[in-house]
Design a protein around this ligand. Sequence first.
Ligand code: UGA
Length: 437
Amino acid sequence: MKISVIGLGYLGAVHAASMASLGHEVVGVDVDPAKVEALSAGKAPFYEPGFEALLEEVAQTGRLTVTSDLAAVAGSSVHFVCVGTPQRSDGYAADLTYVDAAIRSLSSHLSPGEIVVGKSTVPVGTAARLAEIVSKAEPGAVLAWNPEFLREGFAVKDTLHPDRIVYGVPEGESGRRAAQVLDEVYAVPLTDGMPRIVTDYPTAELVKVAANSFLATKISFINAMAELCEVAGGDVTQLADAIGHDARIGRRFLNAGLGFGGGCLPKDIRAFMARADELGAGEAVAFLSEVDEINHRRRVRMVDLASDVLGGTVEGARITVLGAAFKPDSDDVRDSPALDVAVRLHENGAHVVVHDPEAVENARLKQPSLSYEPEVYAALDGAEAVLVLTEWRQYRDLDPDKVAEYVAQRNVVDGRNALDRDAWKTAGWHYRALGRH
Ligand code: UGA
């Protein structure tokens, strides 16, 4: 099939390349010339495991072209809209400027029978509004909403082998046709038995924010238990293991630590609260504000722990922060808990040196006042405290005896419960963590 993908960020670029690898002819469009240039040269504009290999594979087939000219979408039977919906600068609501602009610009290039497919995360009610814009511009075109559930770090796998797929379509013949066309797009994963749910627009929009809200709640739940463990002398990792054995609860997403960040969970729960308020149902999701608060408190607690190990203040202390990305296997620093803690320490007068295997460039752009060191042992040199804030494999694998040779004092704070506590203690380290001793 001929497919267009509008917006080539983490979601759109991986979607475009994945669709090409499934055998479709894909044209990707983005307004950012740097992204277009990188992708046209077969280079990933961001770090995502497996993505560059996928681009190379797809380049051999010639099935993916990338441009900044939206007119190139003409003639595609399916148009995926993958632009961002960040948090608005004036409040919690989602900023729909890019989605609206993409749909409006796309509308003038549509022909009868074509399907516009929204993948961006939007407040419930958006799809119905956009459907009107589409049908006014081209009555023979249909809008479907097909939320994306990929995780950064696993984006390629999640796009090619999603654990479910959801289509929000209008009632009647046009909706049936849209579902049929999407079935053709996803024919390969569907034959693998992937579950598929066909529903209305509001349900499809809500599925996405409900899923992210649930995940955020799960993380904040275990972090709330960590707060209890801290005052009562418990161990949150053992607690998580124990409750996780109950299949109804499950162990995944119960990793206590510095909490959630990134371009999705934090802004999605806030946008959900804002939208629910607009709909007069704010009470239904009022608990999400507590979820956000718990998440925020972990960052404050992390700074307190750093201060504790340094004898009561971080001022003037040389602190190594390991991790700047919001999670491992990503170079994304949007709302990164690690970077936030690094900034707080810096503001409290610490001399902070930040290391990250992939995210230093992005971190430097966002927080130029911090010091960055691309080599991990150089970053550790002379540290009075080492803080592990993103659980990259490289940090999990650090040998505490070797690290001890570089630092000035053996103080380590494990912000992600990622280190082998006993090994670090045996090597003479003063080990502190969130939610355990
Ligand atoms: C999240 C969802 O997991 C995806 O399903 C969704 O498609 C995506 O948002 C999106 O809306 O586009 P992502 O932001 O890539 O994906 O990251 P997650 O793996 O969900 O992690 C989010 C944050 O939670 C990270 O900062 C991570 O360190 C933290 N986390 C995760 C924990 O603190 N504890 C855990 O147990 C799990």
